[in-house]
Design a protein around this ligand. Structure first.
Ligand code: G3I
Length: 420
């Protein structure tokens, strides 16, 4: 009931910006978050949005906790960059997803080019993890313990860890992380595991592998580096999440979400498609109780990793290069608002219950959408048009009530109708 009241309050204030983390929490999730990086923290306008906990309740360091920075030479540890981000989050009261411990990339050459025995590699992994996780003990909501261990066909990626130890490096890493911080949620994190398929099936096997070895694995992180117009159906996304929960993970999350244009510039219709795609992912997370939150891989196109990796592609995030909100922001905000006002089932929390059931957070009332209710709950402010995904009616709402061409004002609940 308290959640409902708080979400209602946000939506009822005329002109109020219903913001992402506040709405995600009101909808029962733990957070809506963003990655960031050290260089960006000198951009005042950027930081002012990032530190607003109504908007972002969770931060992931995009680079600073990776092995190349934290143990550049064997036994020489440095946490300057990671600490800057973790301290930033702590100052603002934001949760931190810590990223990442064992990954083939951004690995210093002393590790990747060495010639190691099994015992030596075991010791290298144990030392790295116990030192880094120990350093951040109590500060990380979760750790991405092993990152990207799989090829797209579901086979194991060949890397120095696998070459020396085979798949046993994976449970070994989880065991070391659990010992160093018993309270942190331990995740396997990868891309192209958001939908069902060979890689998702192998991710299920990794969860089983770790558990069968007697080690703890709490979550599966779906990076979700997606492409506009190619996002899987919501039901497929939910099936993948449920497969990880059925295998014994207690939670899942979207850890690096961005949805890029494969060619630029983005057209208006492309931006609408991107909004639809973001809405699909958001709805999928809302529909699965164990999906604890969504992290976007930085919040603005200004600092996205994509253009430097995929030439000619990008515009993948919720804010544009000028830090203005895009249609996708409105879509995510609206989907969260609808769920928040419909009444929320809290996400699997830090106590990580072993529930495998899922809960569709949208109400049955919302599912049977009709046109907007009588104008008694709404006062229009003259002739104006609401863009698709925007709010068009609801108790206390005083904005525009006419939906843009191609969309209709649909009743979601007493407090919220939306142009769909
Ligand atoms: O730190 C050096 C700096 O000293 C140097 O002057 C500069 C010149 O290019 O490079 C800096 O390093 C860059 C680093 O980001 C920090 O900015 C690297 O070149 C660059 O390759 C690196 O890119 C990162 C990428 O991981 C590396 O794989 C991205 O910022 C980061 O967003 C990205 O994040 C990954 C996740 O960790 C795992 N999942 C995929 C995701 C996207 O690739």
């Amino acid at each position: 009931m308290r959640l409902l009241t708080s979400a209602t309050a946000v939506l009822a204030i005329p002109g109020a910006s219903a913001q992402l983390n506040k709405l995600a929490k009101a909808a029962g999730k733990l957070y809506f978050g963003s990655a960031t990086d050290n260089g960006e923290l000198s951009d005042t306008a950027y930081v002012n949005i990032l530190k607003n906990t109504d908007e972002f309740g969770q931060i992931t360091p995009g680079n600073g906790q990776k092995w190349q920075y934290t143990e550049p030479n064997q036994g020489q540890f440095s946490y300057t960059q990671g600490d800057q981000i973790v301290d930033f989050a702590a100052t603002n009261g934001q949760i931190v997803r810590c990223h990442t411990l064992v990954w083939y990339s951004q690995l210093p050459s002393w590790v990747s080019s060495g010639s190691w025995t099994k015992d030596q590699m075991t010791s290298i992994i144990n030392t790295h993890i116990s030192n880094e996780v120990g350093h951040y003990k109590g500060k990380c909501y979760s750790w991405d313990v092993v990152n990207e261990a799989l090829n797209d066909d579901g086979t194991y990626r060949s890397n120095i860890f696998y070459t020396v130890l085979g798949e046993s490096y994976i449970p070994l890493a989880f065991e070391a992380a659990a010992a160093a911080d018993p309270a942190a949620k331990l995740y396997y994190n990868d891309y192209n595991i958001e939908a069902t398929g060979a890689k998702q099936a192998s991710t299920v096997k990794i969860v089983t592998l770790v558990k069968n070895a007697g080690a703890r694995i709490d979550g599966v992180g779906m990076q979700a580096h997606l492409i506009v117009g190619s996002v899987s159906a919501q039901s497929t996304l939910q099936s993948a999440m449920n497969s990880y929960i059925s295998a014994g993970a207690t939670e899942v999350s979207y850890t690096e979400l961005d949805i890029r244009f494969s060619s630029l510039p983005a057209t208006d219709s492309g931006l609408q498609q991107q909004a639809t795609d973001y809405a699909t992912v958001t709805k999928a997370c809302l529909a699965v109780k164990a999906c604890v939150g969504i992290t976007i891989w930085d919040y603005t196109d200004k600092y996205s990793w994509i253009p430097s990796t995929f030439q000619g592609q990008g515009a993948a995030l919720l804010y544009d290069d000028n830090l203005s909100k895009k249609p996708a922001w409105t879509a995510v905000s609206s989907v969260l608002a609808a769920a928040a006002t419909a009444g929320a089932t809290p996400a699997t929390s830090t106590t990580a219950p072993a529930a495998v059931t899922t809960t569709l957070v949208t109400s049955t009332k919302a599912a049977a959408t009709t046109t907007a209710p009588a104008a008694t709950t709404t006062t229009a402010t003259g002739s104006c048009t609401v863009a698709k995904w925007g709010q068009c009616a609801g108790t206390g709402f005083t904005g525009c009530t006419t939906c843009a061409s191609g969309s209709t004002c649909k009743f979601q609940n007493d407090y919220y109708s939306q142009c769909l």
